[in-house]
Design a protein around this ligand. Structure first.
Ligand SMILES: [Cu+2]
Length: 345
């Protein structure tokens, strides 16, 4: 459409201008129309807007360490924001207006869908073709923890894009938030065409999304912050099985307030989250948002449905090891869990 209109507009100039100049003009105009994000700021009172860039694309990631369960480790053709699973957490304050640009450097159509934002012109980018970008101006009116994710091409492929890693946490800090040590955790399921199961793995090949495993609700792995067993060195004391010799660990102090931002990207299963060895002191809520368990105090476990997040607060009373995990034991075995080490100092 733009090409034919521009050709008509420029037809009268043909006599006087060299054809290469016309080509250059048309090309420049097309660049402006198609590549620069075009939007009219309706919320431009705030002078300095936080600007966030997410780069959509596809890349191979290691999603399980080499261990007895998965010989050679597991590599996967992931889809990502900024190259990682999850994408970077977006953090803003309650009431803040910010700009979010999604640039598609990949080969597939991608998009963004921000939960917790009221109104599709702010919450949904729509389909973004390879090489293109889109900027949204967003007001974060409701505090809490939400998920953002790719919708594929207007929901076509959303199953694949979420399960392959295109999601992240969206944190809107409440004005009433108390100081605490804070950690972010994400969980997501992976359905891998090349994974032949425990003790076989992928035999050093790289798989992609498996639609049948997805439809049968049969994930191969559950990733914790992008990798199965990322924070889990071993299981067993007497019959010890090493599952990640490079495992990281969360360190906290006895008696300190710790706030956990935990999202479950799904895309299918809920997480029955608990800290083995401890209690959840509080599920943080906001004044204007109610959901299951928000505001609950002193509970052992909390259900985190797919596509949602929960902000949990803990104060661990004793030194020792606490294990944050999904109490679906199959999920734990597939990689959903992390070790917390509480020390007196
Ligand atoms: Cu995508």
């Amino acid at each position: 459409m733009e090409i034919s209109n521009l050709a008509i507009m420029n037809s009268s100039l043909l006599k006087n201008i060299e054809s290469f100049q016309i080509f250059f003009w048309i090309f420049s105009i097309l660049l402006i129309v198609n590549i620069s994000p075009f939007y009219v700021s309706a919320l431009s009172d705030q002078t300095e807007l936080k600007k966030i860039l997410l780069i959509a694309g596809e890349n191979i990631l290691k999603i399980s360490p080499d261990n007895d369960f998965h010989p050679g480790g597991i590599y996967y053709n992931a889809m990502t924001f900024n190259g990682t699973i999850p994408g970077p957490a977006i953090e803003v304050d309650e009431g803040e207006v910010f700009q979010l640009t999604v640039r598609n450097d990949g080969e597939l159509v991608h998009s963004i869908d921000l939960h917790g934002i009221n109104g599709p012109t702010q919450a949904l980018s729509g389909s973004i073709q390879p090489g293109m970008n889109k900027t949204l101006e967003i007001k974060a009116e409701t505090s809490g923890l939400f998920v953002y994710h790719c919708d594929g091409d207007n929901l076509n492929g959303i199953w694949d894009h979420i399960a392959s890693g295109m999601y992240g946490g969206f944190i809107v800090h409440s004005k009433r938030e108390q100081p605490a040590k804070e950690f972010f955790i994400s969980f997501n399921e992976v359905y891998n065409t090349r994974d032949r199961g425990f003790f076989e793995g992928t035999n050093n090949t790289v798989g992609t999304f498996d639609m049948n495993k997805f439809l049968n609700n049969d994930p191969d792995l559950i990733l914790t912050n992008g990798m199965a067993y990322k924070y889990f060195p071993f299981i067993g004391t007497i019959a010890k099985i090493s599952i990640n010799k490079n495992a990281e660990m969360f360190n906290v102090k006895v008696g300190e307030l710790v706030r956990w931002y935990i999202i479950n990207a799904g895309p299918r299963d809920e997480i029955t989250f608990n800290f083995a060895g401890g209690m959840i002191n509080k599920v943080v809520s906001t004044d204007d948002m109610l959901s299951n368990s928000f505001g609950a105090k002193n509970l052992y476990e909390i259900i985190i449905p797919p596509g949602t997040g929960r902000i949990l607060e803990t104060i661990f009373p004793e030194e020792g090891i606490y294990v944050g995990n999904d109490h679906d034991i199959g999920s734990l075995l597939k990689g959903a869990g992390f070790v917390v080490n509480a020390n007196k100092k």
